[in-house]
Each structure stands twice: as C-alpha cells, then as structure tokens.
Design a protein around this ligand. Structure first.
Ligand SMILES: Cc1cc2nc3c(=O)[nH]c(=O)nc-3n(C[C@H](O)[C@H](O)[C@H](O)COP(=O)(O)O)c2cc1C
Length: 109
C-alpha cells in the first residue's frame, strides 16, 4: 500500500496490492527453507528470482524446481536465459547432477 500524501488518497486504485519481485526474495528463500523441512513433497521455489544466483539460492535451501514471475515483465526471455546459465554453471563447476546442489546448504559455522 502507498499513499499520495498531497491528495491523501491511496496510490493504488484498489487501495492495496500484492508485493512481488526482488523485494520479497529473502522472505521467499526462508519460506522454502522451512517448507522443505516440514513437508515430504517437492517444493518449488518462487519469489524475486532475477539472476542465476537467486535461482541457486532456492535450490541450495532445498527447492527441486523454481519459477520466475515478475521478472518476466522486465525480460520476457528470462526463464530460458536462466536455464542456459544454470546449465553452463553446472558444467563449469563440474556438477553432473543437479541433486548435488538441491538442499546442499551448510548451516554450521
Ligand atoms: C501479475 C501477477 C499475477 C499473479 N497471479 C497469480 C495467480 O493467479 N495465482 C498464484 O498463485 N500466484 C499469482 N501470482 C504470484 C506469483 O505466482 C508469485 O508467487 C509471486 O509473484 C512471487 O514471485 P516473483 O517475485 O517471481 O513474481 C501473481 C503475481 C503477479 C505479479
């Protein structure tokens, strides 16, 4: 929600809207982290993915797949670009199976 101070009116016609995109990524990563520890079914990560590193964060905390929402409005080809970047990254890191990354978070210091 946002308010036009001079007019004292909501900036959004329906008063409030949903929040999405990079602003929500830390919350989304935490939710996926908690979900994968709570349920016994695959969890799909979504929320603020805009780069390969964003995508990898979701996989590392345990998502088995990811989705891109808002950033499609900025870059319609982003899903294909990230898929290609992920493939190239796995080759560079010599990762033969994506399951080596999924849930690989190290929490001990
Ligand atoms: C324009 C728009 C429409 C959306 N419609 C739906 C919907 O119909 N059902 C749903 O579950 N989520 C919907 N979402 C939420 C997205 O699926 C997603 O969870 C959210 O936008 C966070 O991901 P993002 O930061 O990549 O956009 C919508 C999001 C946007 C921006």
């Amino acid at each position: 929600m946002a308010v036009d101070v001079a007019a004292r009116r909501p900036r959004i016609k329906r008063v409030f809207g949903g929040l999405s995109g990079p602003a929500i990524k830390p919350v989304a990563v935490r939710m996926v982290y908690e979900c994968v520890r709570t349920v016994k079914i695959p969890v799909i990560g979504i929320g603020g993915i805009a780069s390969l590193d964003d995508l990898l964060e979701f996989l590392i905390v345990g998502a088995t797949a990811v989705q891109v929402g808002t950033m499609n409005f900025v870059e319609p080809g982003i899903a294909q670009r990230l898929a290609e970047e992920l493939s190239a990254w796995c080759e560079k890191e010599r990762i033969a199976d994506i399951r080596e990354i999924i849930g690989s978070l190290k929490t001990e210091r």
